[in-house]
Ligand binder design. Structure first.
Ligand code: CA
Length: 569
């Protein structure tokens, strides 16, 4: 009886309240070592402060791409059961009639917001949603999926100063306010606006009832843009190039205890462009692009700081749990290497003048080499199943949450499981993640047992984790489509492929992968699948569909003219 009473007391006082506010902050395309708290050289003081007061996860894994990660984060389900197995923009349209491949968040995939709303929470979202098929499926927009107030972008990305699209698939960036198409305000800057809007929602709410706030930043997605005063601070920071950056960040991650000091890493940059071999002009351009990246992250952090200050000033901070994470590793795509993309940029008002890089109407990205450096100490980046694509920061901070670093394996579906466990006391069967509640209380135990396995497939790239081991394969053009086996405990840098040395373990994990495919209805996209080709086809289809109403109108007018003309004769 006494023990029970003590436990009840502990449960009640753990977060100061049985229904804490929850602020979920999602950063787009972030490297493992981009944040100061993870060893990065960019100023992120407000996130770092939350990290200092909370728990840093050094072994957290997400999916390698935006939309599936978001679907899994919000539902706790495998991506193939949410309707978002991959980016809707590159989903072959022949698959959309197959359950799990609809291209939008299906009703059975309940969101955290729907769950929390049932518990009396006020639910707010601002920023990138990416789960409503580019705005085509309005029932799958957040306003219809558990959120009371929303101002969202239903695309893979968008301009940060205007409603311009950043890729040919979208005529303009599809923004929605409370489920209806919306215009952006004058003087829009994404990170600033998303926080302004969120503060307004919280401020207009009932202060006696808890809230769930999901802020999903456009930072650090292409196009990298930020008011120039932020870029200015970092103009000389990347002059030594990407090899030095990758090495500095490796050392910083070791110093922070986030990577073992004796673990080797892949010489990932050796197969890419060499810093010392490129010309001065190109170097200057790349140095400034990286400075824009840094400025954009710094600005995002500054606006997170404004939200934290607001909560402190209104006595809401003490009862708030902050969860800060990213949807995937850094973006290594170079749009200039894709002919259709490059030609399209040439038809827009975007410029790539070095003088105005990062400012309104400029189109900036860091390119493959800097992305690889920012994923340091890991190998590869976004889209890939290597640790550089999957391993990103996770920080959980708030009253009652332990401080320090948690080193055991965790997975993005654990976030929905944890929220569910803390708020409702249980985890519904559909959620595949595990509760991290005891970890937040200070337990250093493994969450995943030796026999647990986690499969992952996105757009033909695959991985499976079990115990200390991981298998992975990446498809072409960057991958070899061959399964590789790594021991992540001995070799977190993925330097030593054990596939040939440990065939029994490889076979065991492959068997689990087949089970995963069977259980989740994963479709083999075939050897010819290439996302860029699919994007071009889908872009043509979408633009033609947009053109149909105008075409119908023109045909109608011409028909009327012809009828009138014939009658008059
Ligand atoms: Ca992303």
């Amino acid at each position: 009886m006494r023990i029970f009473a003590l436990f009840t007391l502990l449960s009640f006082t753990f977060y100061g309240n049985d229904r804490p506010n929850i602020v979920l902050i999602l950063i787009d395309d972030l490297g493992f070592t981009d944040l100061g708290a993870y060893g990065g050289e960019i100023d992120t003081p407000y996130i770092d402060q939350l990290a200092d007061n909370g728990l840093i996860f050094s072994n957290y894994h997400t999916s390698p791409e935006c939309a599936p990660s978001r679907a899994m984060l919000l539902t706790g389900m495998d991506n193939h059961n949410t309707g978002i197995p991959m980016l809707p923009e590159v989903l072959p349209r022949r698959l959309t009639s197959i359950p799990g491949y609809e291209g939008y968040l299906v009703p059975e995939a309940l969101t955290i917001a729907e769950m929390l709303k049932n518990e009396g929470y006020q639910t707010y979202m601002t920023g990138k949603w990416h789960l409503g098929f580019g705005g085509e499926k309005t029932s799958a927009l957040p306003f219809n999926r558990g959120f009371d107030k929303t101002f969202i972008l239903d695309a893979t990305g968008g301009d940060n100063f205007s409603n311009h699209s950043y890729l040919p698939y979208y005529k303009e960036a599809p923004w929605f306010k409370d489920g209806k198409p919306a215009q952006l305000p004058e003087n829009f800057y994404s990170s600033e606006f998303l926080i302004d809007e969120m503060i307004e929602y919280i401020d207009g709410g009932d202060k006696n009832e808890p809230f769930f706030s999901y802020v999903s930043f456009q930072a650090q997605h292409i196009p990298l843009q930020v008011p120039k005063e932020y870029t200015k601070k970092y103009l000389s920071l990347y002059e030594e190039g990407w090899d030095v950056l990758r090495n500095n960040r490796l050392n910083a991650a070791i110093d922070k205890g986030l990577f073992p000091s004796d673990a080797p890493i892949v010489d990932s940059l050796s197969s890419l462009k060499r810093w010392e071999e490129i010309g001065d002009q190109e170097k200057k351009f790349l140095i400034k692009s990286a400075a824009v990246f840094a400025g954009m992250l710094n600005a995002m952090d500054f606006h997170i700081g404004r939200l934290v200050s607001y909560l402190k000033e209104n006595d809401l901070y003490e009862n708030t749990i902050f969860i800060i994470t990213a949807d995937n590793g850094p973006e290594g795509n170079n749009p200039e290497e894709h002919q259709a993309w490059r030609s399209w940029i040439g038809t827009t008002s975007y410029t790539r003048n070095i003088e105005t890089l990062g400012e309104k109407n400029s189109y900036v990205f860091i390119g493959t080499e800097f992305a690889q450096a920012m994923a340091s100490p890991h190998h590869m980046f976004k889209f890939h199943m290597n640790e550089g694509g999957l391993k990103v920061p996770l920080i959980v901070s708030g009253n009652g949450i332990t401080k320090g670093v948690y080193h055991e394996f965790t997975y993005l579906t654990d976030i929905a499981a944890t929220i569910s466990k803390i708020i409702t006391g249980e985890i519904p069967e559909r959620i595949i993640g595990k509760s991290l509640e005891h970890v937040l209380r200070g337990s250093l135990e493994r969450v995943y047992e030796e026999n647990d396995y986690i499969g992952l497939e996105v757009a033909g790239n695959s991985a499976l984790f079990k115990g200390d081991y991981k298998i992975l394969k990446n498809g072409p053009p960057t991958g070899d489509n061959i399964w590789h086996l790594y021991n992540l405990v001995d070799d977190p840098g993925e330097t030593n492929d054990l596939a040939k040395q440990k065939p029994d373990i490889l076979q065991q994990l492959l068997k689990h992968y087949d089970e995963y495919v069977e259980e989740n209805g994963v479709i083999d996209l075939g050897p010819d699948y290439y996302w860029a080709t699919e994007m071009t086809v889908n872009t043509a289809k979408r633009r033609f569909a947009e053109f149909i109403p105008s075409l119908t109108f023109i045909i109608l007018i011409i028909s009327l003219i012809v009828i009138v003309y014939i009658r008059r004769r």
